[in-house]
Write a new protein. Sequence first.
Length: 428
Amino acid sequence: MNLRRRDFIKTTAASAFTAPLILNAQKAKMIKTAVIGAGWWGMNIAQAALASGQCKIAALCDVDDSQLSSAREKLRPLTSVEPKWYKDYRELLQDEKPEIVIVATPDHWHALPTIAAIEAGADVYVEKPICHTINEGRAMVKAARDHERIVQVGLHRRTSPHNMSAINFLKQGGAGKIGMIRSFVHSDGGRGRPTPDSDIPPGLDWDFWCGPAPYRPYNAKMHPRGFRAFLDYANGQLGDWGIHWLDHILWWSEEKYPRTVHSIGARHILQDNTDAPDTQVVHYQFEEFIATWENRRYGGNDAEKHELGIYFYGTLGTVHIGWHDGWTFYPVGRNAEILHELPQLHEPDQQNIPELWSNFLACIETREKPVCDIEIAQRSTNMSLLGVLSAKVGRSIQWDGEKEIIADDPEANHYLQRDYRAPWIYPR
Ligand SMILES: NC(=O)c1ccc[n+]([C@@H]2O[C@H](COP(=O)([O-])OP(=O)(O)OC[C@H]3O[C@@H](n4cnc5c(N)ncnc54)[C@H](O)[C@@H]3O)[C@@H](O)[C@H]2O)c1
């Protein structure tokens, strides 16, 4: 990139979320923490919990023995506590009575364990998107409020120094008046080929894994990690990556929801056995600006400079906020200075979970709402889910964010929830 770089002072953003940790580290009591969903991201959060010096991982729950045993191997060098193993989160909650529960299951399994953990008296750190259908999110917020629990959601970019300073720059008018926002993820990839269904691997309770969602034959492409591209269990790129960048729109604007949402999604390229769109566009209409989301899983190239993130287009220039590429301000006018700030990310997987965890612990102590409170994340999740819903019904939808319904559209409102597979009951 042909940029003249100017590094900003980066200390304020980072210290805002780490100070409480230093104070609390003097306390001896270790907070009893359990993980439900001991896969890739669950272990990243567990590692941040251990690194805080204030938490012990007392129990791990996963429906797959092989995931449990690799989780145990990962944690072993980090702690002398040997976590107990569970396959059913209800037994874990009853037997262990954890003070903190981390929920890092696939998206279709976020709502019920989160609500159960809240009802069991735990404070919860649940992954994004908070739910698979919109009314699950309502029930989760209600449970958190009724039981006065702290519920932090894994939108760690809200505590990431470069994302914070970019939003601060925008809020201070650095890019002038913003009229349009474009958020996106483009990744390279081929057309793919189908993976045949296969026998359920030993030690995996596949029926439990499918849980409240439709039961489908086991397919190695779905688990682990592959659920994202199957609409019964997640919501494709829009649900996975989309929420991170759509959250920036609400974060910057302090709006609670868009008025109108219109989306088109299609599978034009992929020929594998996933079913999420490989191509999707969403338009969001707000009072003061228009925002878009787009994803595609092909045609990765250097022509577009940034492969993911969000552009804010303003009267004084354009801000791009990204991930490894930090954030950049491209001012109007050839001779004006381009501003650039590098990210400050943690291993593994270049994230800012430690800052988010630190804020979670501080809020557990003060009982204040955390930076990614469940209600904030519910609204951002809804940005994704309303896009999914509009594509499903094939038309624009008018979102009444106060009543949390779609205006004058009974068919679209039908998709705010779905039938659960017995014995699981949709949360109210
Ligand atoms: N915030 C972020 O940047 C970020 C990054 C990656 C993943 N995530 C989120 O984390 C969640 C997990 O993603 P992942 O990539 O770690 O998936 P994964 O497949 O690696 O892990 C999920 C685990 O949950 C287990 N599981 C399924 N149903 C369960 C149940 N009922 N009880 C207990 N365990 C169950 C699975 O067996 C699996 O081991 C997703 O919601 C994803 O969106 C967030």
